[in-house]
Write a protein that binds this ligand. Structure first.
Ligand SMILES: [Zn+2]
Length: 384
């Protein structure tokens, strides 16, 4: 059984799997995994108003524990292809680098895990002591509604249980082995609307300018939300837009609004955070500013995978292969880990993220070899 992560990564990059296109990427994986003895399922999910998406679940073994690797084969568009020094879907290796869209985010990571799993099976008469699974979606980079959320539900309905998950997103900052993501902040979007009374700019006493009140409230809402927690940096509220939409010069507007996003840590729940913001606004308004909030629904709750045997195992595997002791980080944006954490503990560990979504996305070939060795050690230790 071939287990060359570079060859697998090149073949994956050559599939034009820009969301929502499957592009042959899942079929390629299905072939590889089926040949190695995995039972492979494909599940297409659809919803009105969204493109149907192809997903894959593969498993070898029936016993516990079930170690699941999660990832996505879809990629963001290449943008202006002529700006790339190597074509984005050619899978070219130049010098010691593999170029292409998805090289790090995250076809490279998938290739490493597949190579590691096949190598482990090869060394163990084709059977894990337990089960190895892959949960691969084609809908991570876009709407993420017909992907991991539904695939997890599908798996649960089919009696699949997961014990631990590695999500292969590019987690490292500078070098492979510097960072494991062990949680993510929550994300919440809101709009603050201040209403006043419209009027002529020359007669301000007859009007009530909502911009004054908006400025007061914006200023109050920018006070620190907390001082951080054991596993997280301080939460942050960031205003992203202030809108009046007034095309004229002599009119005091009747309404002003501001949009904001909060990245919050484990000192808050969504409900408590909304209450806190609304209380601060109420105090600052002091009965003189008329305002309201609207909140966008959010499925991005904060979570942390607390240090424990699984984290220790991953840290040890990384140290044995690279000599580095990875930082356990909860920084960055949200990922599909926010859905997986409802089913089992999840750690994110993959390639180095620097060129993700950029022109000339690329990874050192050596990183693919290193990551494969790390995944291989993790599997070995997990079933030891
Ligand atoms: Zn990704």
């Amino acid at each position: 059984m071939t287990a060359d992560p570079i060859a697998i990564a090149r073949d994956l990059v050559r599939c034009r799997s820009v969301t929502p296109e499957e592009g042959g990427a899942l079929s390629f994986l299905q072939g590889l995994l089926a040949q190695a003895g995995f039972t492979v399922h494909r599940a297409i999910f659809a919803e009105p108003g969204t493109a149907p998406i192809d997903n894959l679940y593969a498993r070898i073994g029936i016993a516990k524990p079930n170690l699941v690797f999660a990832g996505h084969t879809d990629v963001v568009p290449a943008g202006h292809e002529a700006s790339w020094s190597h074509p984005p879907f050619a899978g070219e290796v130049a010098g010691d680098m593999l170029y292409g869209r998805g090289a790090v985010d995250m076809k490279g990571g998938i290739a490493c895990f597949v190579a590691a799993a096949l190598d482990y099976l090869d060394a163990n008469a084709g059977k894990p002591r337990g089960s190895i699974s892959l949960l691969i979606t084609g809908d991570e980079e876009s709407d993420a509604v017909n992907g991991t959320v539904k695939l997890l539900q599908w798996a649960a309905e089919h009696g699949e249980k997961f014990d631990h998950c590695i999500l292969g997103e590019p987690s490292n900052v500078e070098v492979v082995g510097d960072t494991i993501k062990a949680g993510r902040r929550g994300s919440l979007n809101g709009t603050l609307i201040v209403t006043g009374r419209q009027g002529h700019v020359a007669y301000p006493v007859r009007a009530d300018n909502p911009i004054r009140g908006l400025v007061t409230l914006i200023s109050a809402l920018q006070a620190p939300l907390d001082q951080g927690s054991e596993h997280f940096a301080p939460s942050n509220l960031e205003f992203t837009s202030v809108d009046v939409g007034n095309p004229t010069v002599n009119l005091i507007p009747g309404e002003a609004r501001a949009r904001f996003n909060i990245r919050y840590n484990d000192r808050h729940s969504q409900i408590a955070l909304k209450t806190l913001i609304e209380q601060r606004a109420q105090a600052a308004a002091a009965g003189r500013v008329h305002y309201s909030f609207t909140w966008q629904p959010s499925n991005a709750d904060v979570f942390v995978t607390k240090p424990g045997p699984f984290t220790d195992l991953a840290v040890a595997a990384i140290a044995e292969v690279t000599g580095r002791s990875p930082q356990l980080s909860t920084s960055g944006g949200t990922s599909d880990a926010r859905f997986i954490k409802d089913y089992c503990p999840v750690l994110e560990f993959g390639l180095v993220g620097q060129t993700m979504h950029a022109v000339d996305e690329c990874t050192p070939v050596a990183d693919l070899v290193t990551l494969t060795a790390i995944y291989r050690r993790i599997i070995e230790k997990y079933f030891a």
